[in-house]
Design a binder for this molecule. Structure first.
Ligand SMILES: *[C@@H]1O[C@H](CO)[C@@H](O)[C@H](O)[C@H]1NC(C)=O
Ligand SMILES: *[C@@H]1O[C@H](CO)[C@@H](O)[C@H](O)[C@H]1NC(C)=O
Ligand SMILES: *[C@@H]1O[C@H](CO)[C@@H](O)[C@H](O)[C@H]1NC(C)=O
Ligand SMILES: *[C@@H]1O[C@H](CO)[C@@H](O)[C@H](O)[C@H]1NC(C)=O
Ligand SMILES: *[C@@H]1O[C@H](CO)[C@@H](O)[C@H](O)[C@H]1NC(C)=O
Ligand SMILES: *[C@@H]1O[C@H](CO)[C@@H](O)[C@H](O)[C@H]1NC(C)=O
Ligand SMILES: *[C@@H]1O[C@H](CO)[C@@H](O)[C@H](O)[C@H]1NC(C)=O
Ligand SMILES: *[C@@H]1O[C@H](CO)[C@@H](O)[C@H](O)[C@H]1NC(C)=O
Length: 475
């Protein structure tokens, strides 16, 4: 969407309550899909937002519209049929798996379908097999979870029923409508191909980790009593989720994923706790979060704040940021159900803050530095920013547009470094205004929103997860 069209659209939908936005230039910021998050619906519905978040609010509305224009999404859209013969089954392929047809015994060229079932597949660590994109259930679910979150937030910000209708339509298409709904299992996620394959792997459970974003959006509409979020759709989504929770807590590959000690395990708990909250089982969610923090969390952060299970991988900067997002999401979910994990220490006496403090001292190399930024703001908001080191990190690395980032709305209080015009700003924890910033390109933190090449974390991180998965298998 061109920026002038976007501004016109924004003008048309904004209510007077957000008119403060038009006192300043609107940001035009392309979508960043965070690795994961959970947003407390009560905080959003109270609408007691700091003035430093006005630009983040505009970003959220823009992202809601951008995403909505791409939906709805459905597992039945894929052109490949899962081994069950039922396109309603969710499916993805192991990302670094390649066919070796040299001993397949064929006398002529094989069709793609013959290759998938007759050639043995071998793992080439870190090399993404591009044919994985023939099936995009993982990318579609990533877009769905972002679309639900941002459209629910946009509804809360300005009350326009277009956004709540979008959420209802997208949820109905993916989960409820018999013509397009997903069966409540991940039996064919990160499928291993080849003659002995055709079964899903535990690493594929990660594909739906962004359920906690989707649940955040649904809770906003449910607790905000949006008229378009009907009791009918709520009941049917809850019914689906109960069936899926059964799968997630009993299927062999789901339990293998729960047992993973690294980010895979952390994200499993994100997903399960969020879904338990969705179905009204807050006690179950609390037990889930407690199991994480008294279980695998204990060995995830070393004495110096490093995360040894992540930094041993091929892309340590990415993996530290990635598991931090999962840990932070688990702690936010815990906070929501009355389990305070922020100050819980690991067996090495460290906290989530220790992990962040270590991660910000590391170089990104050729990895995407922007992955860490939402974690920096979240940790600064929760633990405070004495001396303003987190705000200074953001100014130096994310650049002068960091208060435009969507997560700046819900990770508060956090200093805007005096950057948001008319905010009656908050310089108490920041260093200085942008004058001293070291000129990082502000666009670095964003991703071009140009369809196919746009980065979607629930998609790219699948590839990243593959590295972990393969490392686990090889180690
Ligand atoms: C609104 O937020 C401010 C800043 O966090 C806080 O001081 C104030 O108590 C809040 N107001 C209400 C009604 O919750
Ligand atoms: C995916 O499926 C939904 C529901 O059938 C449909 O509305 C949508 O257009 C499809 N999207 C694509 C890209 O095919
Ligand atoms: C067997 O199939 C593979 C994959 O299509 C192809 O590369 C190879 O040339 C085929 N072998 C023969 C002998 O045709
Ligand atoms: C509840 O979900 C199950 C499994 O998804 C489905 O078979 C059943 O039809 C649903 N029932 C209702 C009342 O929606
Ligand atoms: C952590 O504990 C300290 C000391 O009891 C307390 O002041 C602080 O608020 C706690 N932080 C969080 C995030 O709970
Ligand atoms: C936000 O801005 C309004 C209008 O400029 C002002 O009245 C209000 O005090 C500000 N609130 C805060 C928390 O700075
Ligand atoms: C924030 O700090 C800058 C310089 O450090 C100053 O120019 C600006 O007026 C301050 N903003 C507010 C609202 O105090
Ligand atoms: C300013 O920062 C302080 C301390 O972090 C916080 O309590 C307050 O709510 C912030 N005010 C605004 C308007 O962000």
């Amino acid at each position: 969407m061109g920026s002038s069209v976007l501004r016109a659209a924004l003008s048309a939908v904004f209510s007077a309550s957000l008119s403060v936005l038009f006192l300043q230039p609107l940001p035009v910021r392309s979508l960043t899909s965070y690795a994961n998050d959970f947003v407390d619906p009560a905080f959003i519905l109270a609408k007691n937002f700091s003035n430093v978040t006005v630009e983040a609010q505009a970003t959220i509305v823009q992202w809601a519209q951008d995403l909505a224009s791409q939906g709805p999404w459905s597992v039945t859209n894929k052109s490949v049929t899962p081994p069950s013969g039922d396109k309603h089954d969710y499916m993805s392929w192991a990302p670094y798996s390649w066919p070796d047809c040299s001993k397949a015994g064929n006398t002529t060229e094989l069709t793609p379908e013959q290759i998938w079932t007759t050639c043995p597949y071998v793992t080439k660590d870190g090399q993404f097999n591009p044919d994985g994109r023939l099936i995009n259930d993982v990318g579609e679910f990533g877009d769905l979870s972002d679309a639900v979150l941002y459209n629910a937030l946009a509804w809360a910000l300005d009350g326009n029923a277009v956004y709540s209708s979008n959420v209802a339509k997208f949820v109905n298409t993916w989960f409820v409508d018999p013509a397009t709904s997903m069966n409540p299992n991940l039996n064919y996620a990160q499928l291993a191909r080849g003659p002995n394959g055709q079964i899903g792997q535990h690493t594929g459970v990660l594909d739906l980790k962004c359920m906690s974003k989707l649940v955040s959006g649904v809770l906003i509409l449910r607790e905000g009593k949006a008229a378009e979020w009907t009791s009918d759709i709520d009941t049917q989504l809850t019914n689906w989720t109960n069936s899926y929770i059964d799968w997630l807590t009993t299927a062999k590959i789901a339990l293998e994923e729960e047992a993973a000690t690294n980010n895979h395990g952390s994200f499993y708990y994100n997903q399960l706790a969020a879904l338990q909250i969705l179905v009204g089982d807050k006690d179950g969610a609390k037990q889930t979060i407690e199991k994480y923090f008294t279980g695998i969390y204990m060995n995830q952060i070393a004495a110096n704040g490093d995360q040894p299970l992540e930094s041993a991988r091929t892309r340590p900067y990415h993996y530290r940021a990635y598991n931090l997002a999962a840990m932070i999401t688990n702690a936010k979910l815990g906070q929501y159900v009355g389990y305070d994990a922020w100050n819980l220490t690991t067996s090495k006496g460290t906290t989530i803050k220790s992990a962040l403090d270590y991660a910000i001292t590391q170089q990104a190399g050729d990895e995407a530095a922007s992955e860490l930024w939402p974690n920096v703001v979240a940790v600064g908001a929760i633990y405070g920013d004495d001396g303003g080191k987190y705000a200074q990190f953001m100014l130096k690395n994310a650049g002068s547009t960091y208060p435009e980032d969507a997560q700046f709305l819900w990770n508060q209080p956090f200093s805007d470094s005096g950057l948001v015009k008319g905010a009656a700003g908050n310089n108490s924890t920041s260093g200085s205004k942008n004058n001293g910033a070291t000129g990082t390109d502000p666009s670095v933190g964003t991703v071009p929103d140009n369809g196919a090449s746009a980065i979607r974390s629930c998609w790219t991180v699948l590839a990243a997860a593959g590295v972990t998965a393969i490392s686990l298998i090889l180690s």
